[in-house]
Design a protein around this ligand. Structure first.
Ligand code: PMP
Length: 407
């Protein structure tokens, strides 16, 4: 692996030069969304200026060019996650829609009264609520793998929860509020030993760790383009062909059909069966450009740079008097969640904001995690490869200032 030239890389991200309140932006909210390199912005611009057209429909040239670019984006995603078939990649609006698709469609296929769906104690609301909805519909039961106070899943408990009643396990690879990296390979192996499929929410993983769906042997993964330096409005559901072929469509409309009569509709083949309506063509092409960008840097190099930042941030922030980390898992991604003394996280975030430092505060769409720790929320700084140690220093100094002002 090679060391990334961060100074050069930062030039690809125009927004990193932005000023907020007259101060240079220090963007540490990458877990919420990442910034976009010019390579992605120019791809979007070029699409709309040069060949904007609807896909899979027109006989005309631009429609063909747009269709080819859209399908090339699907191939790009498939090879990025090492899917066996391109048609196992379904474009969605994002992680949320991908999980809703599986919950609804797999739920209709496989859930009956008394069956169970197994999630974990650290799920994002988008991997809780869709399952609650389908469980309510089907009179199935939602079960939760508990965690310890470091924010690590209790794998013994997982093993005993994995009964014959469980029809699917749906867990996050990396926790967005704690930073925990879960032992997903072990989870998949144990579930598969009982023929139970597994969905991984990789919204916080796809931009940080290499993911090989065949090596993991995972049944479904869900992620959002906007967290991996691509545009908003585009996301991915990967599903094994065997499952996707069995599952009923999620939405009905154009493109997802072969023939329609008022008596009966014949559904289209994969992937179109799950892509009703005009898709986010620009988004898919933009995501493809983002994947090129990441591939060009190398995920291993990205991982190494972010690990360095994490180590530095942990050391630097642990020197702040009265700061405690929430989430102390051994396997930890490049984000830190913390509280300072008895200061409300929103107040810390507000003072940081006025210094140009963008962090996220609150429950991070994981209210059950906050309830577990008995806290109202945390301050979260989440790093990308383009962040610097100097920015971590500014964060630490900003927190010290908040402490001075508020205690
Ligand atoms: N799961 C996790 C772990 C996340 O961090 C997020 C985004 N915060 C989501 C799901 C939802 O992603 P989106 O809002 O892009 O659909």
């Amino acid at each position: 692996s090679a060391e990334l030239n961060i100074e050069e890389i930062r030039k690809d991200f125009p927004i990193l030069d932005a000023k907020v309140y007259g101060k240079r932006l220090v963007y540490l909210d990458n877990g919420a969304t990442s910034q976009k390199p010019v390579q992605v912005l120019e791809t979007l611009d070029n699409y709309y200026k040069e060949y904007n057209s609807n896909v899979h429909r027109g006989v005309h040239l631009l429609s063909q060019v747009a269709t080819e670019a859209y399908e090339a984006a699907r191939k790009k995603v498939a090879s990025f996650i090492n899917a066996k078939h391109d048609h196992e990649v379904i474009f969605t609006r994002g992680t949320t829609e991908s999980i809703n698709l599986v919950a609804s469609s797999f739920g209709k296929l496989a859930l009956k009264k008394g069956d169970e769906v197994l999630i974990s104690a650290m799920e994002h609301h988008s991997n809780i609520v869709p399952w609650q909805m389908i469980c309510e519909d089907k009179e199935a039961v939602l079960k939760v793998i508990p965690m310890n106070t470091n924010g690590e899943l209790l794998m013994d408990e997982f093993a005993s929860l994995l009964t014959d009643k469980v029809k699917i396990v749906s867990v996050t690879y990396i926790s967005n509020s704690l930073g925990t990296i879960n032992p997903v390979k072990e989870i998949i192996n144990q579930a598969h030993a009982k023929n139970i499929p597994v969905l991984l929410d990789v919204a916080q993983a796809i931009q940080h760790v290499p993911i090989d769906v065949q090596e993991l042997d995972v049944d479904f993964i869900a992620f959002s383009g906007h967290k991996i330096y691509g545009p908003t409005g585009i996301g991915v559901l990967y599903g094994k062909e065997e499952w996707l072929n069995k599952m009923p469509p999620y939405q009905g409309g154009g493109d997802m059909i072969k023939t329609v009569t008022f008596a009966k509709t014949i559904y289209n083949d994969l992937p179109y069966k799950f892509e009703a309506g005009t898709p986010d063509v620009a988004g898919a092409i933009g995501l493809s450009a983002a994947i090129d960008y990441v591939n060009n840097l190398g995920l291993e190099n990205i991982q190494q740079a972010e690990h360095e930042l994490l180590k530095y941030a942990m050391k630097k922030l642990s020197e702040v008097d009265g700061l405690r980390f929430i989430g102390n898992a051994k396997e930890h991604a490049s984000l830190v969640s913390f509280l300072v003394r008895d200061i409300h996280p929103f107040d810390t975030g507000d003072i940081l904001d006025k210094q140009g430092i963008a962090v996220r505060t609150g429950h991070h769409c994981t209210q059950p995690v906050m309830d577990f720790f008995g806290i109202p929320g945390t301050v979260r700084a989440s790093f990308a490869f383009y962040n610097t140690k100097e920015e971590v220093d500014l964060l630490a100094a900003g927190i010290e200032k908040a402490v001075m002002m508020l205690s």
